[in-house]
Design a protein. Structure first.
Length: 322
């Protein structure tokens, strides 16, 4: 398996340096998520790793060979990238887009070989987009288009895949499906996949390793669980007014709760009522006013002192008027 090695890398544009002295290794068969705030340099790093822009200093090696010594076609057979740039050929069909992945082997104008056809069809099937392969790009959804882009880079048949914000503009269902697809590709093909993303919760669930990129700091790497336990994720997304919960990927405001409650009951009910209470600035602790919650015939029932009801909306109204 091909290994991508990053040695003493400085990245940026012209004389503007964004990040420096980056030392990282992307080993075979891993799904790695690159996380960090906007402007920290995630896209710049991916573009530099794929040789789309020059590094300011340092080396990038595929195994032991510097990528600068690889011609464009050889590099394209070993490393593929999906950027956030939109393809302007809206009249192209999905299959024609996927077939572009074979350009390192056909040189764009070469005739499609039997192997090319097999790779294209395999990529389309793996991404489960057979039903739209003859559709025009202008007629498909953002989620379908992103899957087609993944199929294109699969047809390219590289051992390393880089992706910049693959879930941008996708709804929650398509975001989860994209991460599931990438995990399946990794498991079934052994390819290494590096994606930059803002999806902390999905990264925590699917990634083998996280690369945490912070301003003027070395990139921190490790399993999601190790980095969560060490508090490294909170450091990357630090803000004076809120804290990012690394367990859930959700934001909690930094303030002193105006009132405390103690929740008892079924876990599912407790979880949703807790979210509502915290959203309204209330806290939880054992000596707080007790709220009992349960599900009866799939309907929430709550009890607070002498009052009870069947909606969280009504519970919040009662609390407000206490």
């Amino acid at each position: 398996m091909t290994t991508l090695k990053i040695i003493g890398l400085n990245i940026g544009y012209g004389t503007k340096e964004i990040a420096r002295e980056i030392d990282l290794t992307l080993a075979g068969g891993q799904l790695v998520c690159l996380l960090g705030q906007n402007g920290v340099g995630k896209s710049t790093l991916l573009r530099t790793l794929s040789n789309l822009q020059e590094p300011l200093a340092g080396e990038i090696k595929l195994d032991d060979k510097d990528i600068k010594r690889l011609d464009r076609r050889e590099l394209a057979t070993r490393l593929g990238i999906i950027t956030t740039e939109k393809i302007g050929m809206s009249n192209m069909t999905v299959r024609e887009l996927v077939a572009l992945g074979r350009y390192p082997y056909t040189n764009w104008i070469g005739k499609e070989s039997v192997e090319d056809t097999e790779k294209i069809e395999e990529a389309i099937s793996r991404c489960k987009i057979n039903y739209i392969e003859n559709a025009r790009l202008s007629a498909i959804s953002d989620g379908q288009f992103q899957k087609a882009m993944v199929a294109r880079v699969l047809a390219q048949d590289t051992e390393i895949i880089l992706m910049d914000e693959p879930t941008a503009h996708l709804d929650v269902v398509n975001r989860v499906e994209m991460f599931q697809l990438l995990e399946t590709i990794k498991e079934e093909t052994g390819k290494s996949i590096l994606i930059s993303t803002h999806e902390l919760d999905l990264s925590m669930q699917f990634a083998d390793e996280l690369w945490l990129m912070n301003f003027n700091q070395p990139i921190i790497t490790g399993t999601p669980e190790d980095l969560g336990l060490k508090g490294e994720i909170e450091k990357v997304f630090f803000h004076e007014e809120f804290v990012l919960d690394s367990r859930t990927g959700q934001v909690r405001m930094k303030h002193t709760p105006s009132r405390y409650f103690h929740l008892t009951g079924e876990d599912k009910c407790v979880s949703w009522v807790q979210k509502a209470l915290e959203r309204k600035g209330y806290g939880l602790r054992s000596d707080g006013m007790t709220i009992e919650v349960e599900l009866k015939e799939n309907v929430l029932v709550w009890k607070l002192q002498s009052k009870e009801g069947t909606s969280i909306h009504r519970l919040l109204e009662i609390i407000r008027d206490l």
